[in-house]
Design a protein around this ligand. Sequence first.
Ligand SMILES: Nc1nc2c(ncn2[C@@H]2O[C@H](COP(=O)(O)OP(=O)(O)O)[C@@H](O)[C@H]2O)c(=O)[nH]1
Ligand SMILES: [Mg+2]
Length: 453
Amino acid sequence: MNPTDTIAAVATPPGSGGIALIRVSGPDAVAVVGRCFRSRTGAMGVLPRIQERHATVGGFFRGETLLDEVVATVFRGPRSFTGEDTVEVACHGGLLVTRLVLEALLENGVRAAKPGEFTLRAYLNGRLDLAQAESVAEVIHARTERALACAQRQLQGGLTRSVATLRDSLLEVLAHVEAHIDFPDEDIAPDTAEALLGRLKGILESIARMVRTAREGEVLRQGARVAIVGLPNVGKSSLLNRLLGLDRSIVSPIPGTTRDTVEAVASIRGLPVMFIDTAGHRETHDPIEQEGIRRGREAAVTAELVLLVVDGSTSASSVEVELGRDLAGVPTILVANKCDMEGARVPSGALAISCKTGLGLDQLGVAIEAALLGEADAAGSEGGLPIASRHRVSLEHSAESIGRAIDGLGSGLGLDLVALELREALQAVGEVVGEATTDDLLDTIFSRFCLGK
Ligand SMILES: Nc1nc2c(ncn2[C@@H]2O[C@H](COP(=O)(O)OP(=O)(O)O)[C@@H](O)[C@H]2O)c(=O)[nH]1
Ligand SMILES: [Mg+2]
């Protein structure tokens, strides 16, 4: 499925800006842009001769009409992002001028690229493996520095190297096993079998370590939804604002101020968390507030975590106990706010905070991180590489096959069956970096990309 046509897309987001970038990639990239590009002195046909990777100023023409003064840069394949000849044209960032430049290119025989098609080509041409290609979108969509660091490590080949190590170990064991299949008269010596078993168990441990980072990888990539619920006036909106570090939600001493759900993303110890501030739970005849309370409840029961806020300066009421019961099943952190106040009492099991003074907010962050990640290893905070759920699925398949191979070796089952399981394990590990893929999988991965990437 090696691409043979030439594609183009605007790589910068639509709208007005200082500059827009149009990318063209494929065998005809230089020829097609070359037909539209003239040097500052008006000379035509200069593009194929400009030095690659050097920005060159010139005019971009549609027929005899000058559309814009642009900067063109030529990257010759295979030393380009896609591995193909690529030209980047930087024009002024107006909606109209950008569209006209792209149209002129399309008239000259290039095709409009699909989302992610440049990165797909980079993958198909062997410039990136699949895990690296996926991380390109993750760099773009990262919402916290911890998520960005994780995406960059994957782009730099962190996962590629871990997978290569697993594959090498598996291949070595497989080679041993296959050698014995070829010489059926010789049984595997007990100590050799023991050594092979040890190797396989070591590989299983490495896989298990990687799998344990998947939950963190998921939260870093997808984010988590955390609802803030409680009675009116306990300080839910104040807490949202504190967590965000800005005045997002209206705070007032009047109960029933928040009537709609208010959502915003904050970084909690580097995890992108979507907090949902909700209307305080109470009996009311106001139909708008009733709807707000209904939405708040819905947000709470569908959230991954609930912060149940109570007023630490008053004793917890029966309504709050009921609220907690209603949320049974959703992991909940009980938070006692207003602990700056004289005589504040913290209910047992609650975390004492004050949105006024900032007391306890760091501990709350730690508690939120722990609740979201559970037993998962926090690899991202230690320079490790939290994997994505697609990688987890493949690695788990691989571990299952290795488990069967171990059973087979231990029970002296046919070595050809053991070899079969090991080959399956290898294939599953290879899926992480895209050694075997289907068109459907590639479609799913690359359709999530932006246009022009
Ligand atoms: N003393 C004190 N007052 C607070 C604290 N947090 C919120 N408040 C006050 O409590 C009132 C209700 O706060 P708000 O955030 O609107 O509560 P909500 O109805 O639960 O969203 C406001 O007057 C806040 O200034 C706190 O930690 N200490
Ligand atoms: Mg409120």
